[in-house]
Design a protein around this ligand. Structure first.
Ligand code: SF4
Ligand code: SF4
Length: 194
C-alpha cells in the first residue's frame, strides 16, 4: 500500500487538485464563512480519536496547509455522520470537505503510514464500480490482499461463520442499470485526468 509522501507533490498541485474536488460540493464557498467556533469538533463522535480536530482541519485548509491535513488520520476516521454539518452555524459542509480530502489522498497516494482506511475505501469503490453496490466478501478479500494478506487468513474462520448464519453473501449480486454506473465512473475519471 502507498504511504504518505506529501513532499512528492507540490503544494500548488495539491491545492489545485483539492479545489477541483471541493467545487463538486454544493455551497462549497461557505467554507470561507467558518468562524472557528468549534461546534463541529464538539459535535463530532469520533473527534477523540482524531489527531487534528474538524475545526482545525477547516483552519489548516484556509491557511493552505493541505500537506499537514493529508498527514493526519482525521479524514479517514470521519464517520460521515453529518452532525457537524447539521450544527455548524455557518453552514460549512465539513463532511463533504472530508470526502474531497479523501479523494485527493487516494488519487495521490497521500495518507498516514500504516493507515488502513484508504485501502478499504479503494476496495469499496472498486466493488461498487463492478456491481453497482457493495459485495462484502469481495470487498474484504480485496482489502486484505491490498493491505495485509496475512490478515485474510485470520479472518477466514469468522467469514465462514458469517456465511453459515446468512450474514455474508458468497456471490455478489449486481443491480439493474449497472452499465449506467460504469458510464458515470468513466466520465468522472475522464474529468479527473482532464
Ligand atoms: S462549526 Fe462551522 S463555523 Fe464552527 S468551527 Fe466548525 S466549520 Fe467553523
Ligand atoms: S461527519 Fe465526520 S467530522 Fe463531522 S461530526 Fe461526523 S464524524 Fe465528525
Amino acid at each position: 500500500m502507498a504511504s504518505t509522501d506529501v513532499s512528492a507533490t507540490t503544494a500548488e498541485e495539491l491545492s489545485g487538485l483539492f479545489l477541483r474536488e471541493l467545487r463538486l460540493v454544493p455551497e462549497w464557498e461557505k467554507i470561507k464563512a467558518c468562524i472557528q467556533c468549534g461546534t463541529c469538533t464538539a459535535s463530532c463522535p469520533t473527534s477523540w480519536a482524531m489527531d487534528i480536530k474538524p475545526r482545525e482541519i477547516i483552519g489548516l485548509f484556509r491557511a493552505r496547509r493541505l500537506d499537514k491535513v493529508l498527514r493526519s488520520n482525521t479524514i479517514w476516521i470521519c464517520a460521515s455522520c453529518y452532525s457537524c454539518v447539521v450544527r455548524c452555524p455557518s453552514g460549512v459542509k465539513v463532511s463533504d470537505l472530508m470526502y474531497a480530502l479523501r479523494s485527493v489522498g487516494i488519487k495521490r497516494g497521500l495518507f498516514p503510514k500504516g493507515e488502513k482506511y484508504p485501502a478499504l475505501a479503494q476496495a469499496f469503490a472498486k466493488v461498487v464500480d463492478k456491481y453497482g453496490r457493495n459485495a462484502e466478501s469481495e470487498m474484504l478479500t480485496r482489502f486484505y490482499l491490498g493491505s495485509n494478506p496475512l490478515g485474510l487468513g485470520k479472518q477466514l474462520s469468522l467469514g465462514f461463520q458469517m456465511l453459515r448464519r446468512g450474514r455474508l453473501a458468497l456471490l455478489p449480486k449486481g443491480i439493474r442499470g449497472r452499465e449506467d454506473i460504469g458510464k458515470m465512473m468513466a466520465e468522472l475519471e475522464r474529468e479527473d485526468r482532464g
